[in-house]
Write a protein that binds this ligand. Sequence first.
Ligand SMILES: O=C(O)C1=C[C@@H](OP(=O)(O)O)[C@@H](O)[C@H](O)C1
Ligand SMILES: C=C(OP(=O)(O)O)C(=O)O
Length: 427
Amino acid sequence: MTSTAWPAPVADGPLDATVEVPGSKSLSNRYLVLAALADGPSRLRAMLSSRDTRLMGAALETLGVGVETGTDWLVTPGALRGHVTVDCGLAGTVMRFLPPVAALADGPVHFKGDVEALARPMGPILDALRALGVRVDDEGEPGRLPFTVHGEGAVRGGAVDVDASGSSQFVSGLLLAAPRFERGLTVRHTGATLPSVPHIEMTVALLRTAGVEVDDSVPGTWRVEPGPVAARDVRVEPDLSNAAPFLCAALAVGGTVRVPGWPASTTQPGGLLPGILEQLGGTARLDGDVLTVSGTGAVRGADLDLHAAGEIAPTIAALLVLADFPSRLRGIAHLRGHETDRLAALTAEITRLGGRCAETADGLRIEPAPLTGGEWRSYADHRMATAGALIGLRVPGVLVEDVATTAKTLPDFVGLWTGMLGARVAA
Ligand SMILES: O=C(O)C1=C[C@@H](OP(=O)(O)O)[C@@H](O)[C@H](O)C1
Ligand SMILES: C=C(OP(=O)(O)O)C(=O)O
């Protein structure tokens, strides 16, 4: 047990809270990449300021882009330079979105990351770059960080196949840089499954609003025409996946949680949350831009396919641990390549508290069981830490190890969580 373990607060009664969630990681980092490739300076409003977005900003600066952070982030494109090192931390968006950008730089770009990042799959996107004529040197295990992309100032583009069954980010990364390739790019997915399709739709939508022509009419194939990326003044939506633990709290202990700024329509997979939470026994209502979720404290078990929204699976799994009936989560085999092997981590930590959770080929089976307090390990994974906090609302004595890892996408998680609970914390 580490001395820094955070005693997750237990809720002492129904919730009645409004939680303002900061900007979306996925939108923030896409806007940054597109602004860096644009035809003039951009202003990005309501940006998420977290480890992942700061890593993206710092990487782009290293590559020669002007990035000014503040209330708004100001991005001024510049000639992309090589002979630099990009630190990816543990950010999938940085390690998958920037190698195609680095191929446009005028020299080698070295990519490194956290020790946990060295386990994350990179092979399909690096091989796709190689197939496009870009030299990529492995420096460790092939298909993993660290590696070097040898930029030559231009990429011809054309067409490439990629197996994105391990991560949708392989497709998104190729598409984001594609308008700057001489012939644009056609990307064809060759794998049997494709996770996180909403995140690919987000990439397509953002390219289109930047004036880039994208044809996605053939399922599993995307065609990006070459051309300018328009500089823009945009506002980032709140991070709906980061809203998940707060909304789930209303179901776990009863009461109501409101999240303002909820978009009327969105490509964020968190947009699926209201429907999922209703299936699990909650009610969800959108009044204007305020999403209100209410629950009774009784969680309904369910059989859910989360392949479209894998990033909320750890949170949903934590909620299902508190359900009255057995549950299945399916379609999330690729979570084994996230910040940690999330299927193994959830199974280990739920089991440690006395819960019943088992891995299946593509997900988890969770059954009701009495839980007791104890250590909840985070594995450097922000969503593992927040999952522990959610269980801790109902189970006294849950100690979340390394809660600071939530800074990856939500630096003030503890402040927002305790704010949500207000006076409703058991003595
Ligand atoms: O493109 C993105 O912004 C993301 C895509 C998804 O990745 P995977 O397809 O690897 O799950 C998601 O889980 C991740 O949190 C963010
Ligand atoms: C999988 C996630 O992150 P990343 O962008 O690092 O892939 C996540 O945030 O759940």
